[in-house]
Design a protein. Structure first.
Length: 383
């Protein structure tokens, strides 16, 4: 188990595939609402932003139950993804499953129901031979990487470096709300106007928050999406930590957080992009790369959900979240026929894989996985 991963496109040898076991509900609190606010405009309610200490003393988040059929079908699709990768000759590692009766987790002034380690790209960044656990922005995901700890431990024992970025306290005043309040960048912001975040004895001001899925890895170069000061603080730390080993290129508000449903590198010189305008947001050296623009999503490719009962967390562009297993081969959602045809026409070998409820669980194949060994070195693709 030699940790060695510098990009998202060279030949894949080892990977972790997340677990969907016992993903039964969403813990809806301020952190969940802020993270997903771009896609929650239709779910406004008076409890979407509970304070650390509410007026009635109730600090509990509200649980949004997910229909059992959806959770069972998600689990089946994730297991099929793991089996597909194994059939391609890739070594697949799996996290610990979240127990069905998992106890709540807690911080200083909050409590949350834990989330399974499904979207494992988010809370970990692998750079070469280093595992970096990133600072989470959602309380229910605060201890998610502990479900990956046995795998990380084995890589560490084999020589990998293992780092944890500073952990945020996640109080009301931890969050830079400028993105959520900016009408030019959001569909309306959080479901309750946030004019008076409540103080806490644990406040330290804005805190570092960053997901690994905000980072596009291109050998020596890292393109990082920054939407607000929480992200900026984390990237400042990352720059100091990495020193001269990597070059960090900051892009601003390409998305609210994750970059991997906006832009993915399929091979050196080729991007898969949501739209061609992304080119102008990138460093000049990357603007000359070929941009394969994904076709508009077909509404018929998604299951029909009940708007009053089913919480949709991602945009229809989630199927752009593909997984490359080599510079020529890409795993694509089998229901996204337009993207399959587009990539086939561009000379890629596509592997169709089923993923039905991607809009309910906030991720695609790139989100659900964390590649730990690829053939590529720490190349300079920009010079």
């Amino acid at each position: 188990m030699l940790l060695h991963s510098h990009d998202d496109f060279t030949t894949l040898r080892e990977i972790i595939v997340g677990s969907a076991e016992n993903y039964l509900s969403h813990d809806r609190d301020v952190t969940f609402e802020l993270f997903h606010h771009d896609n929650l405009a239709g779910f406004r309610s008076d409890w979407a932003y509970p304070r650390l200490v509410a007026a009635d003393g109730d600090r509990a988040a509200r649980s949004w139950n997910i229909k059992r059929r959806y959770t069972e079908e998600l689990h089946a699709d994730v297991e099929d993804l793991a089996a597909t990768l194994a059939a391609l000759g890739i070594t697949v590692h799996r996290p610990l499953a979240l127990p069905p009766d998992a106890a709540p987790i807690a911080g200083l002034g909050w409590q949350a129901a834990p989330t399974p380690a499904l979207n494992i790209r988010d809370n970990t960044l692998v750079l070469g031979d280093e595992i970096i656990e990133t600072p989470p922005a959602i309380r229910s995901r605060y201890l998610e990487t502990r479900l990956l700890a046995p795998i990380f431990q084995r890589y560490y024992e084999a020589g990998a470096r293992w780092t944890t970025m500073p952990r945020p306290l996640l109080t009301d005043l931890s969050f830079d709300l400028s993105y959520a309040r900016d009408e030019a960048t959001t569909l309306g912001g959080p479901t309750e106007p946030i004019a008076d975040p409540q103080p806490s004895p644990y406040d330290v001001g804005f805190e570092m928050m960053l997901d690994g899925a905000q980072v596009l890895r291109l050998g020596r170069d890292l393109v990082v999406n920054i939407a607000h000061d929480n992200h900026r603080l984390a990237v400042d730390w990352l720059e100091r930590h990495l020193g001269e080993r990597y070059r960090i290129h900051r892009v601003h508000r390409m998305a609210d957080n994750h970059i991997d449903s906006m832009l993915l590198a399929l091979r050196p010189g080729v991007f898969l992009a949501r739209h061609d305008g992304i080119r102008d947001m990138l460093p000049k050296a990357l603007q000359s790369w070929k941009f394969i623009v994904a076709p508009e999503p077909d509404p018929g490719a998604f299951p029909a959900y009940d708007e009053s009962e089913d919480l949709v967390l991602t945009s229809p562009y989630i199927d752009l979240n593909v997984l490359s297993v080599s510079p020529d081969t890409v795993l694509v959602n089998q229901d996204c026929t337009g993207l399959l045809k587009t990539l086939d026409a561009e000379g890629f070998t596509t592997v169709p894989v089923r993923h039905r409820h991607r809009r309910l669980f906030g991720g695609g194949f790139h989100c659900f996985t964390l590649d730990t060994r690829r053939d590529g070195a720490c190349e300079d693709y920009l010079s």
